[in-house]
Design a protein around this ligand. Structure first.
Ligand code: ATP
Length: 241
């Protein structure tokens, strides 16, 4: 199986002693990997380091075989991401925001912009300035931005934040469709366990900055009635305080 994302012994400790320790993980083509963890467990830090927004203290990350330390542009060429709260130009419309992004690529036309706005359910707000967008609409625009260039690896930090039920179901369907039909690989962080159970084929549990376990969702659900029970059991056996 083609390894898309290879994380080797990644460490990033902030001055206050918090951060992530010894994270190693391989994610393969077509995987929808859910990184589950409580608030402050280290999910965003992992994603920031993987995408080069923050430099690791040690360790390496390879994306499509290219190290983010030594071949950053090649590594990130086929990556789309949304880390923390998505930002946009508030005085531009949704369309104009995506048009700005499209200028980095020579193959994104107006049809593709409409297509992604439609996919995330905000086509009807195409010509609205984003300063008037609700949290859920901003989140949808962030996801549209992440998938605009048809990336092969999509990294989404808490993609369901602020989405209503329809939005959550639509996002889940979109992720699964891209994975099934295009072989798109996803790394998603979330603390919404039920949604991870329904969306992800693999799950990793991060606790106090360490990846304490990871497995296929189907294996987990063979041993536990719900992913929540697995999560609680893993965290308890790793010394919840
Ligand atoms: N710049 C920083 N300086 C110091 N500590 C930080 C910094 N950024 C994050 N932390 C701490 O590192 C730990 C991991 O934070 P991180 O944001 O990665 O967690 P998270 O799992 O994404 O949390 P959440 O679900 O609340 O977004 C937390 O305890 C946080 O307080």
């Amino acid at each position: 199986m083609e390894v898309v994302l290879e994380i080797n012994e990644l460490n990033k400790i902030y001055k206050n002693g918090l951060g992530i320790r010894d994270i190693s993980l391989n994610i393969c083509r077509g995987d929808i990997f859910g990184l589950l963890g409580a608030n402050g467990s280290g999910k965003t830090t992992v994603m920031k380091v993987i995408t080069g927004l923050m430099k690791a203290d040690s360790g390496d990350v390879k994306i499509f075989g290219h190290s983010i330390n030594t071949q950053y542009e090649k590594a990130m060429k086929n990556v789309g991401c949304m880390i923390e709260t998505p930002e946009s130009y508030p005085y531009l419309t949704a369309y104009e925001n995506l048009k700005q992004i499209s200028r980095y690529y020579d193959y994104i036309d107006n049809i593709r912009i409409d297509e992604v706005l439609d996919i995330v359910g905000i086509l009807k707000y195409k010509n609205e300035k984003t300063k008037n967008f609700s949290l859920g609409m901003k989140q949808r625009l962030g996801i549209a931005t992440a998938i605009l260039s048809n990336p092969k690896l999509v990294i989404l930090d808490e993609p369901l934040n602020g989405l209503d039920v329809d939005g959550m179901v639509a996002m889940r369907n979109l992720i699964r469709k891209l994975s099934d039909e295009e072989g798109t690989t996803f790394l998603i962080s979330s603390h919404l366990i039920h949604d991870v159970e329904l969306t992800c084929n693999r799950v990793g549990v991060i606790f106090n900055g360490k990846l304490i376990n990871e497995d296929y969702t189907s294996n987990i659900l063979r041993d536990y009635s719900t992913l929540e029970n697995y999560f609680i059991s893993e965290v308890d056996s790793n010394g919840r305080t």
